[in-house]
Design a protein around this ligand. Structure first.
Ligand code: TYD
Ligand code: MG
Length: 458
């Protein structure tokens, strides 16, 4: 066999180079290069062999869309864990690979073991291969989480070949591999978890899933920066990517779909870590608002649309004296660039913050990516600056533009109705279209600019 060729690869962006580089010439990150080996062709029989048995009859032959039957469309398997199924788009798709990422201790193994227990109790055979814990440890945990039965098989193994051999023997419908970083293919050399190992393990599991029509659930660790540890390409080869957001500290665990070949992305699920594993939170808005100190300055509630769900979120801000020239802007759960922009826009009005430290946090460990939360962030900052609370019945919505203008938000009614359901009676919103009517029971005040909005609130 030819000697595998060595090259170096950036763990951030996947850029390859024949020499080791201190700084990636593509993404400019420092110290990200690791040795990587040219892997032998993954599997000589690959594409054809796979396509023959992909569920949905992928024979490689073009077929008219009108002649396809329901048989050609992959069915889904309910995992029995509602929040997880919703993020998947309605259950596990046979023949798919789902990557569940998150920081250590956040609950990846717990979730997948619960999924495995639930699937096996519905009569499906599941193989749970762990490279991180012994079968004894997994068994103990399984007893804590549910009632195990003999359709759930455990294997403590790091060698991918042996995992796939075991899968060939026991023929599970679902294979769980915990984790992609500890599983390795010894013939490739290098240490488990390095770029080429991770890529190869994922690629072989994808082949396995497609060739057998079984579902694979794969655990992946993320680095401090929230990136998946391993090559960026990992996300591209799998069908679905789900992340636990944040770290293991907050009481709630937020699970979000970031890629889904079989459904919508952006779906969010909320879990609580309890003594009996992860519990689904059925009323997330109520749960996230329950400890809100509504009589204090610096807290404002907004409404966000996350996938098919509308969530009420508490935005908190703290403004403290800082040293001019080296003030701090700390954003947890909101984008740092967005926060800097809002501080600058506020600075153009009466709310000067150049000598203040500003901290913003979204309660519950949820990340907000919607710009509709801008006005709530600005209001929370102003509330803390003025040391005047925002009355608790207010819901605040709106995108803030660079000139301080307020811009409309999509799905306004959906957001207002969720707030109404939780007892909010007043809403501050950007100017709505003509003839728009506010929902019954809610008084809406429209503002055209940030200044106008702050005058209404304070
Ligand atoms: P784990 O699923 O092992 O995390 P990961 O696989 O993402 O690294 O979760 C570990 C944490 O969860 C650990 O700190 C203990 C806690 N935990 C509970 O609080 N209750 C439980 O029932 C279980 C199984 C774990
Ligand atoms: Mg684990």
């Amino acid at each position: 066999m030819a000697k595998p060729k060595v090259h170096y690869e950036c763990t951030q962006c996947g850029y390859r180079s024949s020499k080791w580089l201190g700084r990636c010439s593509d993404c400019s990150e420092w110290n990200t290069f690791v040795e990587s080996r040219e892997e032998p062709a993954v599997d000589a029989r690959s594409p054809r062999a796979i396509s023959k048995r992909v569920p949905g009859g992928a024979t490689g032959k073009p077929i008219p869309i009108t002649q396809m039957t329901d048989e050609d469309v992959a069915k889904r398997w309910d995992t029995g864990i509602g929040e997880f199924d919703r993020i998947l788009g309605g259950g596990l798709v046979p023949g798919s690979v789902t990557l569940v990422g998150g920081s250590p201790g956040v609950g990846k193994s717990t979730l997948l073991l619960q999924v495995a227990l639930s699937l096996s109790s519905q009569g499906r055979r599941v193989l749970y291969a762990s490279g991180e814990e012994s079968t004894g440890q997994v068994r103990d945990r399984a007893h804590r989480l549910g009632k195990p039965n003999d359709r759930l098989l455990l294997q403590a193994e790091t060698d991918l070949k042996r995992i796939l051999q075991a899968a060939d023997e026991v023929q599970p419908q679902v294979l769980v591999v915990d984790s992609v970083q500890t599983t390795f293919a010894p013939e490739l050399g290098g240490t488990p978890g390095n770029v080429s190992q991770v890529r190869e393990v994922a690629a072989r599991l994808v082949l396995y899933a497609k060739a057998t029509g079984r579902a694979v659930l794969l655990v992946g660790h993320v680095t401090k920066g929230g990136q998946l540890a391993g090559p960026k390409t990992l996300e591209h080869v799998v069908d679905t990517v789900i992340y636990f957001e944040g770290d293991a500290n907050p009481p709630y665990r937020v699970l979000r779909g970031v890629k889904n070949r079989f459904g919508a992305t952006g779906e969010l699920g909320l879990f609580e870590m309890t003594g009996e594993g992860l519990r689904e939170v059925s009323e997330p808005s109520a749960a996230l608002l329950q400890d809100r100190p509504s009589d204090r300055p610096g807290t404002v509630v907004t409404s966000c649309v996350e996938g098919s769900r509308t969530l009420l979120l508490e935005i908190q801000a703290l403004v403290a004296p800082g040293f001019p020239g080296s003030t701090r802007r700390t954003a947890l759960g909101v984008d740092g660039g967005r926060l800097a922009m809002l501080v600058a826009v506020l600075g153009k009005t009466d709310y000067v913050l150049h000598d203040k430290d500003v901290f913003v946090n979204v309660v519950g460990g949820v990340r907000v990516s919607e710009t509709s939360a801008d006005l709530a962030v600005a209001a929370a900052i102003t509330s803390s600056l003025l040391e005047r609370p925002v009355a608790p019945e207010w819901l605040v919505l709106g995108e803030v533009g660079l000139t301080g203008e307020l811009r409309s938000v999509p799905r306004l009614d959906q957001r207002l109705n969720e707030a109404l359901r939780h007892g909010f009676k007043r809403a501050l919103i950007p100017r709505p279209p003509e003839r728009w009517k506010s929902p019954r029971g809610m008084k809406c005040e429209a503002a055209g600019s940030l200044e106008e909005a702050m005058e209404t609130l304070f």
